[in-house]
Design a protein around this ligand. Structure first.
Ligand code: ATP
Ligand code: MG
Length: 417
């Protein structure tokens, strides 16, 4: 029987891993400068965690969740995103008791049962950040600046940062009325899902991906024109702080997010080089979610970067991992034993060393040393064993140095180079 990965899932092979490490390391470095600490959350949560926050009428909850019953009959879901799980943990562990802002980041897989296509998978990885406890738009501008720094330091260019405000509970009723009166006259042009959403959650119609719905909603009133006084002031202050920090951005009044929990600030970063799945990162404020999860009213803001969307944009510019520092080519059983022992001794001293395990010819061992990009090679035959002397060959410069067949001397020699 032949097994294959499930549709929409993929293996990440060692040949690709240097790009993943590059991104993760750069992100960690920048998170540190901004005071974000890592939090690791379970992949599986109670289904309610997501329904409650992302929203019953969102695409994610309606169509995309991997939900099943565990052996105890509980409904559980593979997390489709990180923020809902994070807020569950934030409330559960009373993290709001720490001085604000509390800042967190996470990295890990998310699961959405979507139609797989280029840059859209059923298991995909996100790097996310959440800043809690601060209402002031300095934190909004700061987190967007941090995101811009992370993406820049990874090596991405040609990005477009779009920002908007999607209002709060206070401005939503007014906006809902304006939107419904626009959509009502042309409802027959929308898909069945949207017709259902019209009463349940008309804002979701703005996020529908069906081409005829995209066409039919053109000209709909933007939320940005229907903000309450507080939200308008908040948005203006956001823009002035983005300008102060010189974060390039464009205001897109038609930007909508696929999750119900957002309030006020919302943003999305897209790349010109990705075709239709162009969003590489997105985020926003969620000022009511902690409260709804049973914690004290606490504002929050966060974002998530889609790893699979940024990897193709940089993978050609990130160097591949170098090979071992040293490769032993032993000829004969006694030499192989000696090389085996030295390999272990040098590894414990901090070098990456490989040896040959079987009795293949010198030619094939040298070919292997080249194939794995070994930095140095040592051939050990009977003569070398008898005299306890070897030649260390640097594979890049072709320079040859003689040395005793002894771990300490070899170590010094290789580290000095
Ligand atoms: P899209 O509009 O592309 O479906 P989204 O609004 O559903 O994106 P978010 O929930 O905001 O996405 O997730 C943040 C980021 O995670 C996205 O900008 C994208 O880079 C990435 N992402 C989301 N869904 C997928 C997926 N199925 N496969 C790969 N990356 C994804
Ligand atoms: Mg989506």
């Amino acid at each position: 029987m032949k097994y294959k990965t499930l549709k929409g899932l993929q293996d990440i092979l060692p040949a690709e891993i240097s790009v993943w490490h590059h991104i993760e390391n750069r992100a960690r470095g920048i998170f540190r400068n901004y005071g974000y600490q890592e939090i690791r959350l379970p992949i599986l949560e109670s289904t309610d965690v997501f329904i409650r926050s992302i929203g019953e009428t969102s695409d994610i909850v309606e169509k995309e969740m991997y939900t099943f019953q565990d052996k105890g009959g509980r409904s559980v879901t593979l997390r489709p995103e990180g923020t809902a799980s994070f807020v569950r943990a934030y409330v559960e562990h009373h993290l709001y008791n720490e001085p604000a802002p509390q800042k967190f980041y996470y990295m890990g897989p998310m699961f959405r049962y979507e139609r797989p296509q280029a840059f859209r998978y059923r298991q995909f990885y996100q790097i996310g950040a959440e800043a809690m406890g601060i209402d002031d738009t300095k934190i909004d501008a700061e987190i967007i600046a941090m995101l811009s720094n992370i993406l820049g330091s990874i090596g991405l260019t040609g990005l477009n940062f779009e920002v908007t405000s999607i209002g709060c509970k206070k401005c939503r009723p007014d906006y809902r009325t304006a939107l419904k009166s626009f959509l009502g006259s042309r409802l027959d042009k929308f898909c069945g899902d949207c017709q259902r959403r019209y009463d349940a959650n008309p804002l979701r119609i703005l996020d529908c991906k069906v081409p005829s719905c995209i066409e039919s909603r053109k000209g709909s009133p933007p939320v940005l024109d229907h903000l309450c006084g507080e939200c308008r002031e908040h948005f203006e202050s956001l823009i002035s702080h983005l300008e102060l920090l010189e974060v390039p951005h464009t205001v897109n009044p038609n930007l909508v997010r696929g999750l119900d929990y957002y309030t006020k600030t919302a943003f999305e970063v897209s790349s010109k080089n990705l075709g239709s799945q162009s969003a590489v990162a997105a985020g926003g404020r969620y000022d009511s979610m902690v409260d709804e999860f049973g914690g004290p009213p606490t504002p929050g803001i966060g974002f998530a970067i889609g790893m699979e969307r940024i990897i193709p944009l940089i993978k050609d510019s990130v160097g591949v991992t170098a090979g071992p520092d040293l490769f032993f080519c032993p000829l004969g059983a006694a030499a192989a034993e000696k090389a085996f022992l030295l390999t272990e001794q040098l590894r414990t001293e901090g070098l990456w060393v490989e040896t040959n395990y079987d009795g293949t010819s010198l030619r094939s061992q040298m070919r292997k040393a080249n194939r794995i990009s070994a930095g140095n090679v040592i051939v050990i035959g009977d003569e070398e064993l008898k005299n306890n002397k070897i030649i260390l060959k640097n594979m890049t410069t072709r320079e040859e140095t003689s040395s005793a067949l002894e771990a300490k001397e070899l170590l010094n020699l290789i580290i000095r180079k």
